[in-house]
Design a protein around this ligand. Structure first.
Ligand code: ADP
Ligand code: MG
Length: 395
């Protein structure tokens, strides 16, 4: 499916004031940005616009200040980092489309960059308040949405403001949607989907959809325990939400009746508790004894998953295979991450923790597409329309 929204490249931006919604929701340690991945991801659009002579007005949310001015959640550290990355001055406004924003926007030269304060300092942001949306729109001639990570929310700075101005997709948003939709639309086969993480209910929409599309779905992480429970295995103290068991039963039924192979681990690494210095045990099966919890897929499963990944035409990976934050339980996730990185097929990774695992193992550069959006990427993979994308002008 081709992306059918108007691109920033189609817009006449020279000398124009362009409001760009970016995703600068970055981790901070005091005044320092500890991971600037999201800022770097927005650079192509920002540099395209400054290079084309636009007056660039950026806005983003950061954390959850819930409509209050929380100084610890100021975007000022992101402005400094952006200035270092672009080698240009980045002016910081002290409000979200108020008097200071207007004054500074008026003084912007072509090629200049202004960053507004955290949009969630305003309660109207998450309520999609029309007054805030029109106040933001009043700053600019054109709107560009490059905040893929926020595109699944109809907020004032995403869907709201897009209703007031000619609205275009930024380069990152465009690539995110193209890459994530291509996995389901016309994949090279076999299409192998690797799903892990903590909860089936978070990802049941993706499981359901890909049971119809994929050739194999490989399950890892705590997600396998509702499946094991549904099959009558013992799970000890492993993480398992009761409400996930019927969802797993349903997926097993659909898989048995369909063409997609649903693969569960055949061995596990156990711990006494969720801790890096707990006692560990290799289990050559999937019946977890009392007093133990499954915290990683076992080495046999990890190497089976790796070999399936290495022969796939397309790989989609979302969710770690175990509690990879704890070294004794990082093995399954590392093996899968390395297999994805080395795979000759087209590889896409989404999900905050899966991407964190890629970063930890220094493999991000070897994956074809690393999504910047957690919730947004899942909703897109479920086949949903994202409100932030729907609000943009058609091509
Ligand atoms: P993503 O952000 O990539 O979508 P999730 O948020 O769904 O992934 O899941 C990530 C979390 O799942 C991690 O914090 C990891 O510790 C946890 N996890 C994975 N496997 C297990 C397990 N077997 N037991 C407990 N927690 C697990
Ligand atoms: Mg997560």
């Amino acid at each position: 499916m081709a992306f059918d929204k108007a691109s920033v490249r189609d817009a006449e931006v020279d000398g124009k004031r362009v409001l760009v919604r970016v995703d600068f929701n970055v981790p901070l340690d005091g005044q320092e940005v500890t991971d600037d991945t999201r800022i770097r991801a927005a650079l192509p659009t920002i540099e395209y616009l400054t290079g084309a002579g636009a007056k660039v007005i950026l806005c983003s949310h950061l954390g959850r200040p819930k409509g209050q001015v929380v100084p610890e959640l100021s975007l000022a550290p992101a402005a400094r980092r952006l200035s270092e990355l672009t080698g240009k001055a980045v002016v910081m406004a002290s409000d979200v489309g108020g008097e200071d924003s207007r004054a500074k926007a008026d003084r912007l030269e072509p090629g200049g960059i202004l960053l507004l304060e955290n949009t969630r300092y305003e309660a109207g942001e998450t309520d999609n308040d029309p007054e805030l949306a029109s106040r933001l729109a009043g700053l600019a001639d054109i709107y560009v949405d490059d905040a893929f990570g926020a595109a699944h929310r109809a907020h004032a700075s995403t869907a709201g403001v897009a209703g007031h101005l000619p609205a275009y997709a930024g380069l990152l948003l465009e690539k995110e949607v193209e890459n994530l939709t291509s996995v389901a639309a016309d994949p090279e086969r076999p299409l192998v989907v690797v799903l892990g993480g903590s909860k089936v209910s978070d990802k049941v929409g993706v499981i359901d959809r890909f049971l119809e599309i994929a050739d194999q779905i490989l399950i890892g992480g705590a997600m396998c325990f509702p499946f094991f429970k549904a099959q009558g295995h013992t799970i000890g103290n492993s993480l398992c939400q009761d409400e996930d068991i019927p969802l797993a039963e349903d997926a097993l039924r659909k898989a048995a009746a369909g063409r997609c192979e649903l693969v569960l681990p055949t061995d596990l690494t156990l711990g006494r508790e969720f801790s890096a210095d707990t006692e560990t045990e290799a289990l050559a099966g999937t019946d977890v004894p009392d007093g133990w919890m499954g915290l990683d897929i076992g080495p046999q499963s990890a190497s089976d998953y790796a070999s399936r990944i290495s022969t796939a035409g397309t790989v989609l990976w979302n969710g770690p295979m175990g509690a990879f934050e704890l070294d004794p339980f990082a093995g399954g996730t590392r093996t899968v991450a390395e297999a994805v990185a080395a795979a000759p097929g087209f590889t896409v990774v989404g999900g905050g923790d899966s991407v964190a695992a890629l970063v930890k193992f220094e493999l991000t550069g070897d994956v074809d597409w690393v999504s910047t959006g957690g919730g947004a990427s899942l909703e897109l993979l479920e086949g949903k329309t994202l409100p932030g994308v729907a609000a943009l002008n058609d091509r």
